[in-house]
Write a new protein. Structure first.
Length: 140
């Protein structure tokens, strides 16, 4: 919301990450409709699809060829992080941070390797790629 109504100001605000831009004076009904549209946009289900693999982040489920894949909580945490960061390499260190035991117990580096292997067996080896010496990536 701004008193600045020049096109330059509006474009700059949107480029900096604003969801919307409204200039003064404005009507309350207009403001409420704009807010409602943004809220509806945010409540859409978050489903990420790569090839035949679909990860539903809202329902915490993974499907391959529309068949539910039975993953452990640990495996799901790993795949959710990788799918939420498509086309970005996630380091082994970051993955270990994410899967760290809730009670604060150290998770062995080998646990990650074994978990990735099991995920690949369940969803297909070609989805998660290894970035040698760094970590893993899921690419579109």
């Amino acid at each position: 919301m701004s008193a600045k109504n020049e096109e330059e100001d509006i474009v700059k605000g949107l480029e900096l990450g604003a969801e919307d831009y409204i200039t003064k004076p404005f009507g309350v009904k207009e403001l409420l409709v704009r807010i409602d549209k943004i809220l509806k946009r945010e409540t859409k289900r978050k489903i990420i699809v790569v090839g035949d693999t679909k990860v539903d982040l809202d329902k915490t489920q993974v499907f391959v060829d529309d068949k539910l894949v039975n993953l452990t909580a640990l495996e799901y945490k790993i795949i959710a992080l990788l799918f939420a960061n498509l086309n970005r390499t996630i380091t082994r260190e970051k993955l270990i941070e994410v899967i760290w035991d809730i009670d604060g117990n150290f998770v062995n580096d080998n646990t990650l390797t074994v978990s990735i292997k099991r995920i690949r067996q369940k969803i297909g080896a070609d989805v998660i790629k290894t970035v040698k010496g760094i970590g893993y990536i899921v690419e579109i």
